[in-house]
Design a protein around this ligand. Structure first.
Ligand code: RB5
Length: 145
């Protein structure tokens, strides 16, 4: 069965969100787009960050993807939820380390600071990199302790 991945954005990430959803589908995932459905310059990132973070936090899905202008607002929201480890990644290397060392279960893309091509490259790296475990396991466990 295809892995379900929740995806959300605000107006600044709206366009990139569409590309991320299309790419996830192309790769065989089952993306659930929590919105926004249309471009609205007055929308607020917490309204779309929360449903994604909640789905990951409760274990409904394993992973989520969020995007806003800097990535910061979405990360603030998502990281308030227990068991959510949201990483703002602006390069494939950051995404790789966020997976290997932090077991990041939410990827946050700064839409105003990455091109579409970079965004998709970062997404691929995050999707395809596993958690290294070992000494990182203990550190990750301490986040929620
Ligand atoms: C919206 O203008 C912008 O503030 C938002 O997308 C995000 O960057 C907030 O952290």
């Amino acid at each position: 069965m295809a892995e379900r991945i929740y995806v959300g954005a605000d107006h600044a990430g709206f366009q990139l969100k569409g590309q991320l959803v299309d790419e996830l589908k192309r790769l065989g995932y089952d993306p659930v787009d929590v919105g926004p459905e249309a471009m609205d310059p007055a929308d607020d990132f917490p309204d779309y960050g929360r449903p994604v973070a909640e789905a990951v936090s409760t274990g409904k899905v394993r992973r989520g993807v969020l995007t806003c202008g800097t990535g910061l607002g979405m990360a603030y929201v998502a990281n308030r939820f227990p068991r959510v480890r949201a990483a703002v990644a602006w390069s494939p290397e950051i995404a790789e380390l966020a997976r290997k060392h932090n077991d990041a279960n939410v990827l946050v893309l700064p839409a105003r600071f990455v091109s579409e091509e970079e965004g998709l490259e970062i997404l691929h790296k995050w999707l395809d990199t596993g958690f290294e475990g070992g000494r990182h396991e203990r550190r990750v466990a301490k986040i929620d302790s």
